[in-house]
Design a protein around this ligand. Structure first.
Ligand code: ZN
Length: 463
């Protein structure tokens, strides 16, 4: 007794194949032509694509930032992800300076407990390796808990930024263990100097958030952290690459054969300063996230980098704040605007429309950057990221012809605006199965809140 998806085209990172998919229990038990439907619930997928559930490896749910907390908690954030065709996400547990990593791990497991609607893993954002040599051993302890990736910030001095020695020491340990270091690459102290100069000159509007964080400051940090990873013999993953300058540093490192990988996010591919900022009043605060929106000329190089495997993953950096009562903390001073935007719900739609429909990538590459590569790099493959026998039955039945307009009024994310307001897409979720359970149909979440499971991740691959 299972659920049989009949007549669709099953897509992986390498091929598209007309095949039926049988899900029994929480796993996929058969993929092939004309599976006998006797005794199974049949889902007609004629004309549909059958995709591995999306994996978004960069979200910030229920995260404290700048005196407030991101607007989607684990329930709302994971529900919105599911509705958008994402069945697994990896969120960031954030170490408090002066406290151990175990403390952050426990805090984030508690935030998600009884709330997660889909499966999720955690990265550990490392802010403090302590004065005591024992603290670095927490890295080993986290790997044992299934946290096999560690994020560091080269930006936000005095808050989250760590120095080069800390990065290097962390990398020495991850290298020994086969774990991964993820990097927010921006030269934080130089950016702070530019920001202070802007404020002193009376430039306080939200647009100056973007104008005070030059692309060269991003590229410099990528270059430096690549050198540190080479010194330590570690593999490294650059999060939210937003500019051609930064992307070229990733490309140069990969040309040299270094284990350097990277992601970009949907907002950098489809939004820009020219198209989306420079609005009257305080409107631009909706687009204040870090790295900021870039000039439009960066979009084509980033798309090409995603297509050509210079960047392996597209994530969202979903970190939502409401405009009405959260973004407004920065009225009169852009440095006080909570950094982040909503996006977890729209990633699959935007990548399908702007990637596949507009001829920038094949449907196989779409699956690779939204599901398969994230699963491989972050130690979840083949449990997640592929429609194959033995894998978790995380399957999206995708209607390539369905038309949809993105609007704040109808979205599930808990923000009072959308950064993609009015964007029209063709291609949308029809059904979503998570571990064999139908959790989304007709744009509605049908599962129970809290059904999502913590994914204890293994060591990932270098792609
Ligand atoms: Zn982030």
């Amino acid at each position: 007794m299972g659920t049989l998806i009949v007549g669709g085209t099953v897509v992986s990172g390498t091929q598209s194949l007309a095949a039926d998919v049988l899900m029994e229990g929480s796993r996929i038990s058969a993929v092939g032509a004309r599976i006998d439907p006797t005794g199974h619930t049949v889902v007609d997928a004629k004309g549909m694509l059958v995709l591995p559930g999306g994996i978004d490896v960069h979200t910030h749910l229920d995260m404290p930032f700048g005196g407030t907390t991101s607007a989607d908690d684990y329930e709302w954030g994971t529900r919105a992800a599911a509705i958008g065709g994402t069945t697994t996400l990896i969120d960031f547990a954030l170490q408090t300076i002066g406290k151990r990593m175990q403390d952050a791990y426990a805090t984030w497991r508690k935030k998600s407990e009884g709330k997660a609607c889909i499966d999720y893993g955690l990265h550990m954002a490392v802010t403090d390796l302590g004065k005591d040599a024992a603290w670095i051993d927490d890295v080993d302890a986290m790997v044992a808990e299934g946290i096999t990736s560690f994020k560091i910030f080269m930006a936000y001095p005095g808050v989250l930024m760590v120095d080069d020695a800390t990065i290097f020491e962390l990398m020495q340990r991850t290298s020994k263990l086969g774990a991964l270091v993820c990097v927010h690459a921006e030269n934080g102290t130089v950016i702070d100097a530019i920001v202070h100069q802007a404020l002193a000159a009376g430039k306080t509007a939200p647009l100056y958030h973007a104008l005070t964080r030059p692309t060269v400051a991003e590229a410099e940090a990528v270059h430096r952290v690549v050198a540190l990873s080479e010194l330590a013999g570690a593999s490294v993953y650059i999060v939210h690459v937003s500019s051609e300058d930064a992307m070229c540093e990733v490309e140069a490192a990969r040309r040299r054969g270094l284990p350097v990988m990277g992601e970009t996010c949907t907002q950098y591919l489809v939004l820009s300063i020219e198209d989306d900022m420079g609005k009257p009043g305080f409107e631009d605060a909706k687009y204040v996230f870090t790295p900021p929106l870039r000039e439009k000329k960066n979009q084509d190089p980033l798309w090409e980098a995603v297509r050509e495997d210079v960047l392996q993953v597209v994530s969202t950096d979903h970190c939502p704040f409401r405009f009405a009562d959260q973004k407004t903390l920065g009225l009169g001073d852009f440095t006080k605007i909570p950094n982040g935007g909503p996006g977890v719900e729209n990633r699959m739609q935007l990548m399908f429309e702007h990637g596949v429909n507009q001829g920038r990538m094949t449907v196989e590459r779409f699956v690779e950057v939204t599901a398969e590569a994230p699963a491989r790099i972050f130690g979840m493959y083949p449990k997640k990221g592929v429609v194959a026998v033995g894998s978790d039955a995380d399957v999206v039945v995708w209607d390539p012809e369905a038309e949809y307009t993105i609007e704040a009024a109808t979205q599930s994310m808990h923000t009072d605006y959308s950064i993609f307001e009015g964007f029209k897409v063709k291609g949308n979720v029809r059904q979503v199965f998570s571990r064999g359970e139908l959790i989304v149909e007709g744009g509605k979440f049908l599962g129970t809140v809290g059904r999502g499971e913590y994914v204890k991740r293994g060591l990932g691959e270098v792609l």
